[in-house]
Design a protein around this ligand. Structure first.
Ligand SMILES: *Cc1c(COP(=O)(O)O)cnc(C)c1O
Length: 462
């Protein structure tokens, strides 16, 4: 009998979970003492837990449920594909209809330089693929020395050995012997936290030129690629100053370095453009995609490759790389149905011209709250920097993350999922959120800030 057919209480479900389930990115002891929240269903932008609480999902699951929950078109497409062909591979001179259709659809919705895709099962697998691909690209042109990849501190590129090495998260590097060799990290364009007295524009140029200094220090003939997120998601929704990306593109072009955009969060409409590179105005050679490609209904990812790179890879013979589930037919069917909804219902355009500006106006107004040092938002992804002193952009006189967690807990109690990264609150709701739901979300966020502010004053943190 499955748990669906039982009448176990929440406490019993938590006990089973605590006994057998190891959670990702989790302090197991702490969680098991507290008990996990059991999510039982979802529709549109709302979740329900096993206690019957209705929660607005301000994070789109894990930044991925772009079209919201419960879309019958995807469910139908998946069921039909399951019956017709639940699995076949694409390794040995075979292909199938969903892989064919999805590759063409991706060529249509991505920037024009991208006509080809290599399928993976996730964002991490996409970035691991990119490590091998860019090194192979240079080696195939008799330049095997061009192998180092430059990425950024506090970037996030996944959790596999390659992905976590490309990422610049210290707590991740501290476990498992990372980063792997051949990956180096430069400064992030985090003006609020690290810009000091410089203007955002000056600081953006400085941060971009860190790439130039690193390439020149190591020698361009040792560097394969630069990889970055258009805006950093997991790192705290860090939106680079306008001067940053044009300068990065200039540096990569002048020094013959491949430019790789990790679009796992920004892709498929999050910024109000289809891809983050279009929002920030640069043209990558390679893009990692996942998350919003299927709105999370099934796991799938991919690597978009421009013609320059694709030609070299093709001319070099076998590319000895692939995953059993590269182009999985059922996951591909989910992605096709999802992308068609995004396209046919003009959901990305709606983020740019309607719901994005509507939410940004209210979100940025939260910046006037005494506890908020900066409110920022692009498309439907934003952050609030929590501070005891707005003018000084000061940090809290307690361990980093304490106030973020206090605020996150109030938010959950109020029926809103906001995420805390350090002492930064993050929001990234489904792109289909309505005006009324934005009002509801903002009302809950404001109430949460008031409660958290009262508590930090009571605790003497201000
Ligand atoms: C989530 C994420 C990844 C990793 O994707 P997974 O599907 O979790 O492997 C990679 N890059 C970015 C920018 C992400 O946000």
């Amino acid at each position: 009998m499955s748990l669906h057919q039982t009448n176990l209480t929440t406490l019993q479900l938590r006990a089973i979970d605590a006994a057998h389930h190891m959670h990702p990115f989790t302090d197991t002891k702490g969680l098991n003492a507290e008990g996990a929240r059991v999510i039982v269903k979802a529709l549109g932008v709302h979740l329900w837990d096993s206690e019957g609480n209705k929660i607005i999902d301000g994070m789109s699951g894990l930044w991925n449920v772009n079209i919201g929950y419960g879309r019958e078109e995807i469910i139908e497409a998946v069921a039909q594909q399951m019956r017709e062909l639940p699995f076949y591979n694409t390794f040995f001179k075979t292909t199938h209809l969903p892989a064919i259709e999805l590759s063409r659809l991706l060529a249509e919705v991505t920037p024009p330089q991208f006509q080809r895709v290599f399928f993976t099962g996730s964002g991490s697998e996409s970035n691991d693929t990119i490590i091998r691909m860019v090194r192979h690209y240079w080696a195939a042109q008799d330049r095997p020395g061009k192998s180092t990849i430059i990425a950024r501190k506090n970037g996030y590129h996944g959790s596999t050995m390659g992905g976590a090495s490309l990422g610049g998260m210290k707590p991740m590097h501290a476990q498992g012997g990372l980063p792997i060799p051949g990956i180096v990290h430069i400064a992030q364009p985090y003006w609020y936290g690290e810009g000091g007295d410089q203007s955002p524009e000056e600081f953006g140029l400085w941060a971009a030129r860190e790439l130039e200094r690193k390439i020149d220090e190591l020698g361009a003939d040792t560097i394969a690629a630069f990889m970055a997120e258009p805006l950093q998601g997991a790192g705290g929704v860090i939106i680079p100053p306008s001067t940053y990306w044009p300068e990065i593109q200039r540096i990569c072009r002048e020094r013959d370095i491949l430019l790789v955009s990790d679009e796992v969060i920004c892709g498929f409409g999050r910024t109000g453009e289809w891809f983050g590179c279009e929002y920030f105005g640069y043209e990558p050679d390679i893009m990692a995609i996942a998350k919003g490609i299927s709105s999370g209904y099934l796991p799938i990812g991919g690597v978009m490759v421009n013609e320059k790179v694709a030609q070299v890879i093709a001319d070099a013979g076998d590319f000895n790389h692939g995953y059993t589930y590269s182009g999985h037919p059922v996951a591909a069917a989910a992605a096709i149905a999802n992308i068609k909804i995004l396209r046919d219902e003009k959901i990305v355009e709606r983020v740019k011209t309607d719901i994005g500006p509507y939410m940004q106006k209210q979100w940025l107004a939260l910046g006037e709250h005494p506890m908020v040092g900066e409110a920022r938002m692009v498309g439907l992804v934003g952050a609030l920097e929590l501070t005891p002193n707005k003018q000084a952009r000061a940090s809290w006189p307690v361990e980093t993350g304490t106030v973020g967690l206090i605020t996150r807990d109030y938010s959950f109690q109020n029926g809103l999922v906001m995420r805390a990264t350090r002492d930064t609150m993050i929001i990234a709701p489904p792109l289909v959120i309505s005006h009324e739901e934005v009002d509801e979300l903002i009302g809950k966020a404001r109430k949460t800030l008031d409660q958290a502010w009262a508590e930090v004053k009571l605790r003497g943190y201000v």
